[in-house]
Design a protein. Structure first.
Lengths: 112, 113
């Protein structure tokens, strides 16, 4: 049973606009959430994380929002750039749990 | 430079053969992981190891084996018992003391011919 879900397999956005990626989770024990970016045939790279004591974390163009009551998080990329075209994975775990659960990924395409 | 090195990048295997994928890290990380990615799917955990000489099965361990004789190394053997071995394999690691940010290697493509 998949505990982390990314229901949008793809997203197309114009360069300069905002990209919003969504992620839902079912395990109420999750308290640490991460976003990874992946190019084809490469390993995922860590983007940004958030713990459950926060509802927002910002790093440059990337902001992650956490809504614990809805078990929902989102990643905002502003402004979107062509180099942002990649697959984005949402991941979650319980603090100090050695395992991460990943969503299926959302493919973002930034149009010129 | 510190990092996680996987080899080989591309590997072809005949049906019925075992193959071993190498993973080495010089980050002094305690925990190491093997994930598998299939087209259009997320990352699924095969095996993980928290410390040397110890490892646990992940969600899809059948047909795979691992060893952790050294902190730096966590090789994965794909055995002939694995029904659908063609996939992209990712090794990862993390330190035991800095939360749950896992860092990944560049991946290895395994194709069964």
């Amino acid at each position: 049973d998949q505990q982390v879900k990314q229901n949008s397999p793809s997203l197309s956005v114009q360069e300069g606009r905002i990209s919003i990626l969504n992620c839902d989770y079912t395990n109420s024990m999750f308290d640490y959430f991460l976003w990874y970016k992946k190019y084809p045939a490469e390993g995922p790279t860590f983007l940004i994380s958030i713990s459950s004591i926060k509802d927002k974390n910002e790093d440059g163009r990337f902001t992650v929002f956490l809504n614990k009551s809805a078990k929902h998080l989102s990643l905002h990329i502003v402004p979107s750039q062509p180099g942002d075209s990649a697959v984005y994975f949402c991941a979650a775990s319980s603090y100090n749990d050695y395992k991460l659960s990943f969503g299926a990924g959302t493919t973002v395409t930034v149009r010129a | 430079d510190g990092g996680i090195t996987q080899s080989p990048k591309y590997l072809f295997r005949k049906e019925g053969q075992n193959v071993t994928l190498s993973c080495e890290q010089n980050l002094n990380h305690d925990a190491m992981y093997w994930y598998r990615q299939d087209p259009g799917q997320g990352l699924r955990l095969i095996y993980y190891s928290q410390i040397v000489n110890d490892f646990q099965k992940g969600d899809i361990a059948e047909g795979y084996s691992v060893s952790r004789e050294k902190k730096e190394s966590f090789p994965l053997t794909v055995t002939s018992a694995q029904k659908n071995p063609t996939a992209f394999y990712l090794c990862a690691s993390k330190t035991g003391t800095s939360g749950n940010t896992i860092y990944f290697g560049e991946g290895s493509w395994l194709t069964v011919v």
